[in-house]
Design a protein around this ligand. Structure first.
Ligand SMILES: *[C@@H]1O[C@H](CO)[C@@H](O)[C@H](O)[C@H]1NC(C)=O
Ligand SMILES: *[C@@H]1O[C@H](CO)[C@@H](O)[C@H](O)[C@H]1NC(C)=O
Ligand SMILES: *[C@@H]1O[C@H](CO)[C@@H](O)[C@H](O)[C@H]1NC(C)=O
Ligand SMILES: *[C@@H]1O[C@H](CO)[C@@H](O)[C@H](O)[C@H]1NC(C)=O
Ligand SMILES: *[C@@H]1O[C@H](CO)[C@@H](O)[C@H](O)[C@H]1NC(C)=O
Ligand SMILES: *[C@@H]1O[C@H](CO)[C@@H](O)[C@H](O)[C@H]1NC(C)=O
Ligand SMILES: *[C@@H]1O[C@H](CO)[C@@H](O)[C@H](O)[C@H]1NC(C)=O
Ligand SMILES: *[C@@H]1O[C@H](CO)[C@@H](O)[C@H](O)[C@H]1NC(C)=O
Ligand SMILES: *[C@@H]1O[C@H](CO)[C@@H](O)[C@H](O)[C@H]1NC(C)=O
Length: 898
């Protein structure tokens, strides 16, 4: 009985035990299943039917992307649904799948937040959520004690850099989010870390020196943030480092000279886009494993290290936008050395201070070279013939230098060339027809050279060409119709040449053409009706030619048109109503033609500021803002017309009273209304080059109609420059007048050193000879559309009633005064005294922001004792005898009379 009882007990016990184990295990896998189904329910779109197998006819361990462990009890250990296009939220139920080790949901479109329940998964080893649309903050993973890899990059995550990371983490990848805050010093405790990537976030502060304590760190990517301070010495202790990216931050100072010795295993080094200065440390050449070196966009000076070729595996070398120099043959030695880098594929020293002829050793560079950028230097001599050896070049950029002579025929042998930037040089001769052998060519920029002769019809055989830009040369003859048959052509700029004849009707073939600019040539004949078939055109600029006939109605079919310029031609007839249908049109210039009849009133014609029709003597009607006579009262053949805006050029001088008022208000305001000035970065800034001819063209031969002001030393013209037809003010110095040369130099010196939102922005300077061989000096500024303060004040006072110009409110006056005070404060801190501040030198842009201009009398204050009063410059002030100086801001008020 007893035995039986015991046996029964044991049986019951075993049964119970087994049952409980059984229930336990089925509960676990059941929970996993419930949790996965919950996960599936939160997915709103499954375009590739990744989850179709997640149904009752299959065991969940056979569902797509679900893996179970083979040991008992059966449990889900991994979920892999990468790249399935899934849309929806990540269900918090995943946090109940307690045995999960791997979650891989990269490259989907999950939105919502990362469920904090994932932080409860004690077995989690890797969580990959890269490339989704996750929002919110990064939850704590501190309890995932064996988590090794956490990838959350390319989402929309916000909040602080995570401070409580699991202690055995090896990879933290949070790049391309909006993470803020600082890198916490506690990171130093995660000694297992071998990769930290947080590029392109909003992280600030110094790069912490705690990194030095991470013995395994191999990959450190912190580029594209807001880090400040110098290059952290501590980083040099990370001798294990293989990739280092600190690019595009606000880092300053020198690069430690021992960098190449301390980090011998570096393969990728990215320091570009900071404010580093000094020489490029020559020890870098000891880091011989580097294949990617980017030092661009800093202020490195001196020469390129002579032994750069010791970095034998170099494949990409980017030194552009620095102040590196080459002045003599020795300084070019790096080029010889670089020949040892037989894997070099990309090389840029563009936008530096290289001078003189490019050595022939250029031709010894690796034949693997695909991209060569030498633009924006002061290089001269003929087309570098070493390039003939670089048969694998894809991009060649020699732009913005002083290369001269003809382009050699052999350029046609660079069979892989896809892009050529040769603009802004002094190349002469024909545009070589051998370009047409370059079947891969996608863009050619030849603008602002001295090419002449005819364009070869062979260019039409370039079946990949997208952009052909040859503006501002002396090209003659007809435009070959073949160009318009290129099936890929999207941009053509042949403006500012001597092209003549008719615009071929074949232009209508170019259905993909977006930009067509033929301004300032000698085209004649009709504007072809076929242009209406260019259905992609957004910019059509045919101004300053001799087109005659009427404006084709078909232009009204080009529904994508944004900018249509037909001014200064010989067009007759009336304005087609169809132009009023162009919904996207933003600018329409029909001025200075011989158009007659009623102006349409629909579409763009409703906006008087977007339409220019002046200089046509027979137009009538239109909206009242155009101020035209009503058509009924105007005989069609009338030549009487009224300009909508009467531009006054010479306006009486300002009274001393108003100037004194301005200055005194300014001084009062200065203390109270200090605004933070925005300094424009001068990083990588190069002055575009412009020739005497270019300026002459821009001002229609310095014609009186372009003159907007005249002073003793200079005349100011309005014009349009460069390919983008930027409105500019061109100040031409009257070098015949004594002192004019001095004012040019003074202004150049002043402007070279200053840049401020309240100073008139200078675009470039031109110092050359005019068509008669006389010295020619000019400065080119951004055009200030609202004119000068003097004119504004006086229009008001004189009661001149002019719609746009007359009214300046008190608030605007105050703002102007504060702007001027800001500019003066900035000048003061740069030790510059303007010496000729007056309302006519205060110019206003479209937003009524004031800009101080005219630095012709400016001086540098070296120390106040060195200032002389009454020399020839001081008497030169045009407007007011003994121009009033200003009280220097700050606590050392040395009153300066200039
Ligand atoms: C997950 O577990 C929590 C309790 O930890 C419970 O409230 C929740 O309902 C569970 N979710 C699912 C989908 O099982
Ligand atoms: C269940 O999954 C199988 C694939 O494993 C699939 O062929 C079937 O259509 C699914 N059934 C339903 C009802 O979705
Ligand atoms: C991230 O920052 C960028 C620029 O600062 C901003 O445009 C974007 O809206 C931000 N995204 C989120 C999700 O906050
Ligand atoms: C690093 O860990 C040590 C020991 O666990 C702790 O005392 C210290 O506070 C930690 N440091 C940081 C910065 O969190
Ligand atoms: C550099 O890399 C080599 C080969 O990968 C390795 O053996 C060596 O230990 C590394 N040096 C340092 C300082 O980490
Ligand atoms: C760059 O360095 C040069 C020479 O050291 C210096 O004159 C210049 O001001 C620096 N420019 C910037 C933007 O820091
Ligand atoms: C480049 O190679 C040549 C010969 O192979 C050698 O003489 C020269 O020293 C090398 N230069 C550098 C910088 O490595
Ligand atoms: C403009 O056209 C008229 C005739 O229509 C012609 O007499 C005149 O010479 C043309 N002007 C120019 C500049 O071509
Ligand atoms: C009128 O045209 C100007 C200049 O193109 C533009 O800035 C402005 O937005 C336009 N106004 C309207 C109401 O479209």
């Amino acid at each position: 009985m007893e035995v039986a009882a015991i046996g029964k007990f044991i049986l019951v016990f075993i049964a119970f035990f087994c049952a409980s184990v059984g229930i336990g295990s089925s509960n676990g896998i059941e929970t996993d299943k419930m949790s996965l189904l919950e996960f599936k329910r939160a997915i709103t779109l499954d375009p590739q039917q990744a989850l179709i197998s997640w149904n009752d006819s299959n065991h969940l361990c056979h569902w797509q992307g679900v893996h179970c462990r083979t040991k008992n009890p059966l449990r889900v250990t991994s979920l892999d649904l990468a790249k399935q296009g899934l849309v929806g939220q990540i269900s918090p139920s995943l946090g109940n799948i307690t045995f999960l080790k791997y979650i891989i949901l990269v490259e989907n479109r999950f939105n919502g937040e990362i469920p904090s329940s994932l932080g409860h998964l004690h077995h989690l080893q890797a969580l990959y959520l890269s490339e989704n649309m996750l929002r919110g903050i990064i939850p704590s993973f501190a309890n995932c004690s064996i988590l090794k890899e956490l990838w959350l990059d390319r989402n929309n995550l916000v909040g602080q850099f995570p401070a409580d990371l699991p202690h055995r983490l090896q990879q933290l990848q949070i790049s391309y989010n909006n993470i803020t805050g600082f890198i916490p010093p506690s990171l130093a405790n995660i000694t297992t870390l071998n990769m930290l990537s947080c590029v392109t976030n909003i992280i600030q502060g110094n790069i912490p020196c705690e990194f030095a304590k991470l013995p395994n760190l191999r990959l450190l990517y912190v580029g594209g943030n807001k880090f400040t301070g110098g290059f952290q010495q501590a980083i040099l202790n990370l001798s294990t480092l293989v990739h280092l990216n600190v690019a595009i931050n606000n880092l300053i100072g020198d690069i430690p000279s021992s960098i190449g010795n301390s980090l011998p295993n570096l393969t990728v080094l990215q320091l570009g886009g900071n404010f580093f200065h000094g020489n490029i440390p020559s020890s870098l050449t000891n880091a011989s494993k580097i294949y990617y070196l980017d030092l661009s966009g800093n202020n490195f000076t001196g020469i390129v290290p002579r032994s750069i070729g010791k970095i034998a595996r170099l494949s990409q070398l980017n030194l552009e936008s620095n102040n590196l120099e080459v002045r003599n043959e020795q300084d070019w030695e790096f080029m010889n050395s670089l020949a040892n880098c037989t894997k070099l594929q990309g090389f840029s020293v563009a936008m530096n201070l290289l001078e003189g002829k490019v050595p022939n050793s250029l031709g010894n560079l690796s034949v693997k070279l695909q991209a060569l950028y030498l633009g924006g230097n002061q290089l001269s001599g003929g087309f570098p013939f070493g390039i003939a050896n670089l048969q694998n070049l894809i991009v060649l950029a020699l732009d913005n230098n002083q290369f001269n002579d003809v382009i050699p025929k052999w350029i046609g042998t660079l069979k892989n060339l896809q892009g050529a930037h040769l603009e802004n040089n002094i190349f002469t001769g024909f545009v070589p027809s051998s370009f047409s052998n370059l079947s891969q060519l996608e863009y050619i920029y030849l603008d602002s050279n001295q090419f002449n002769g005819y364009l070869s019809p062979n260019l039409g055989s370039l079946k990949m060409l997208d952009t052909l830009s040859i503006s501002n040369n002396n090209i003659q003859g007809m435009v070959p119709k073949e160009i318009f048959r290129i099936p890929t052509i999207m941009q053509i700029d042949l403006s500012f040449n001597n092209l003549d004849g008719k615009l071929p009707i074949e232009v209508g073939n170019a259905k993909q053409l977006i930009y067509l600019r033929l301004s300032s040539n000698k085209f004649s004949g009709d504007v072809p009706n076929t242009l209406g078939s260019c259905e992609s055109l957004e910019f059509l600029k045919l101004d300053w030619n001799f087109f005659n006939g009427s404006i084709p109605t078909s232009l009204g079919n080009i529904s994508s048109l944004k900018d249509l310029e037909l001014s200064h031609n010989n067009l007759t007839g009336s304005i087609p109503m169809s132009l009023g249908n162009l919904k996207l049109l933003q600018q329409l210039d029909l001025s200075f033609n011989r158009l007659i009849g009623g102006v349409p009133t629909e579409g763009i014609f409703k906006n008087a500021t977007a339409v220019r029709i002046d200089g046509n003597h027979g137009l009538c009607g239109g909206t009242p803002e155009l101020h035209l006579l009503a058509c009924s009262t105007m005989p069609l053949n009338s030549t009487k017309h009224k300009l909508p805006i009467v531009l006054k050029v010479m306006i009486p001088l300002a009274s001393l009273l108003s100037l004194a008022t301005v200055i005194s208000i300014m001084l009062i305001q200065r203390g109270q209304h200090k605004r933070k000035s925005t300094f424009l970065p001068s990083l990588g800034y190069i002055l575009p080059k412009v020739s005497y001819n270019g300026l002459a063209r821009a001002t229609d031969g310095f014609s009186a109609s372009k003159l907007v002001g005249k002073g003793r030393y200079s005349s100011v013209y309005q014009g349009e420059l460069f390919q983008d037809r930027k409105a500019v003010a061109i100040k031409v110095f009257s070098l015949g007048t004594r002192g004019a040369h001095k004012t040019f130099i003074a202004e150049c010196n002043a402007l070279r050193n200053v840049r401020h939102r309240n100073l008139v922005p200078i675009i470039t300077a031109c110092s050359s000879t005019d068509s008669m061989g006389n010295d020619f000096k000019a400065l080119v500024y951004e055009f200030m559309p609202r004119g000068d303060l003097h004119a504004l004040l006086h229009l008001k006072r004189d009661g001149e009633n002019n719609s746009t110009l007359s009214c300046i409110t008190l608030a605007q006056r105050l703002s102007i005064v504060v702007d001027v005070a800001d500019a003066l404060e900035y000048l003061h801190h740069n030790n510059i005294v303007h010496c000729d501040l007056k309302p006519s030198n205060i110019l206003l842009d479209d937003n009524m922001t004031a800009h101080v201009g005219d630095f012709g009398l400016a001086r540098f204050v070296v120390d106040s004792a060195a200032l002389h009063l009454g020399d020839s410059i001081s008497t030169s002030s045009v407007a007011i005898k003994g121009t009033i100086g200003y009280v220097a801001p700050g606590n050392a008020p040395n009153f300066i009379m200039c």
